[in-house]
Design a protein around this ligand. Structure first.
Ligand SMILES: Cc1cc2nc3c(=O)[nH]c(=O)nc-3n(C[C@H](O)[C@H](O)[C@H](O)COP(=O)(O)OP(=O)(O)OC[C@H]3O[C@@H](n4cnc5c(N)ncnc54)[C@H](O)[C@@H]3O)c2cc1C
Length: 383
């Protein structure tokens, strides 16, 4: 059982921690104070090589392995969820799908500029009537006069309103649906018939927003098809494990920071003449958080190692996502309790972390969906 990423990456953690503490921490305070993303954030992440770090070298990336990427997400998440989102969006579903399945022309057209932060992608799967049951999607792409015509609505799309290109899943064969009837398309900002219908604020930091996207006779050439016609659902599902490992790492990073802050506060705060840290009630909260975090590290780092070795990890990424996303909620709750009034005051990171981490149990497959997948691996699909 390993509680570390190994000597090489742990060495990298030291320099990353210096970067996040010295450069990102002041910006996180600025984000909370203004509810805006300071303009220097994206260039700073790009300069550090963190944007598009999982993309192949040919696309300007570093071809970073999954563990390195997760370490970066972990460290970014110790500071602010928005840094983790910027890094993961630049290596995540949309750019990764284009890097792996796109034609050379699509790669050049969409990925040039991702690493420098000049271009951004988004991934649109979820619909009002198709969330957990994504195969129930209704967005339709039909063939008309040698073109593809998209009609439908996607919602809760992370950064969809700021994206230069969006990988959109649409039904091309309603009889086959998820078994060969869904296709991935790349839709560019400003495409005729495509509009950002609404921008939703979310629980947590105001800079994290989700978009509702409408497609009304949005007409596309064949060159907009990503991969093969009918293979879209495979595209959507193929990167999910990676996404789950990234979320697990992010939850570990935030949990680590919250535990550290809780210990520090408990040592410094005196009530009835003694430090909080000397009280059993407080010690037990700290101990519970430390144990849960140790289990999260063992499961996550162990799964990452197996993935790198090409081993079959089965539902371990689902287990890691489930455990880590629920753990960070409990650790955030204990951190608020230990900090007392200070834990609920706006402008203090504990309060913001408490709200931000609630997203993790919903996005990228809810806790219930993870449990369904894990349980099916135990009892079989028929039950
Ligand atoms: C921060 C954030 C970012 C997101 N970003 C994106 C994005 O970029 N692109 C994108 O396409 N989508 C995105 N989503 C959408 C996300 O994938 C969906 O919200 C999620 O899949 C759940 O779908 P839903 O909201 O429709 O909930 P529903 O599917 O309606 O579920 C509602 C509740 O019922 C439970 N439930 C559903 N079915 C079952 C069942 N069979 N048994 C037991 N319980 C069940 C769920 O677990 C949940 O608790 C994002 C969501 C969040 C929160």
């Amino acid at each position: 059982m390993s509680m570390t990423y190994g000597p090489e990456l742990e060495e990298m953690r030291t320099s990353l921690r210096k970067f996040t503490t010295e450069k990102l921490e002041p910006l996180a305070r600025q984000i909370d104070a203004t509810d805006q993303l300071p303009p220097e954030v994206v260039p700073l992440l790009a300069e550090g090589g963190y944007l598009g770090m999982r993309l192949p070298v040919a696309n300007g990336g570093m071809d970073a392995n999954l563990s390195t990427y997760c370490l970066v997400l972990e460290e970014m998440s110790r500071v602010h969820r928005v840094f983790n989102l910027l890094v993961s969006a630049s290596s995540g579903m949309a750019p990764a799908a284009i890097a792996h399945l796109g034609t050379p022309e699509q790669q050049r057209k969409y990925l040039d500029g991702v690493v420098s932060g000049q271009r951004r992608g988004a991934f649109a799967l979820t619909e009002p009537e198709a969330g957990s049951d994504s195969a129930a999607m209704k967005t339709r792409a039909e063939r008309r006069n040698g073109k593809w015509v998209l009609n439908g609505r996607k919602h809760y799309i992370n950064g969809g309103h700021k994206a230069d290109f969006i990988v959109v899943m649409a039904v091309t064969d309603p009889f086959k649906k998820s078994r060969g009837g869904i296709t991935a398309f790349v839709v560019e900002k400003g495409a005729p018939g495509f509009e950002v219908a609404r921008i939703e604020g979310t629980m947590g930091s105001a800079v994290i927003q989700l978009a509702e996207l409408n497609f009304n006779d949005c007409t596309l050439d064949d060159s907009a098809v990503l991969g093969e016609v009918g293979e879209g659902f495979k595209v959507a599902m193929s990167h999910l494990s990676e996404g789950r490992m990234g979320i697990s790492a992010a939850c570990i990073g935030t949990s680590d920071r919250l535990l550290e802050m809780s210990i520090e506060y408990a040592k410094g705060r005196h009530t009835f003449g003694k430090p909080l840290a000397s009280r059993q009630a407080i010690q037990w909260m700290l101990a519970d958080s430390a144990v849960e975090l140790a289990c999260a590290r063992a499961l996550t780092y162990g799964t990452l190692k197996s993935l790198e070795l090409g081993e079959d990890v089965g539902v371990q990424p689902n287990m890691a996502k489930l455990h880590c996303s629920e753990m960070v909620g409990r650790i955030a709750d204990r951190a608020v309790q230990i900090h007392g009034g200070m834990g609920i005051v706006k402008g203090f990171p504990v309060e913001r972390f408490y709200r931000d981490v609630r997203h993790y149990r919903v996005g990228d497959g809810t806790s219930e969906v993870q449990r369904i997948v894990i349980a099916r691996s135990l009892v079989g699909r028929g039950h």
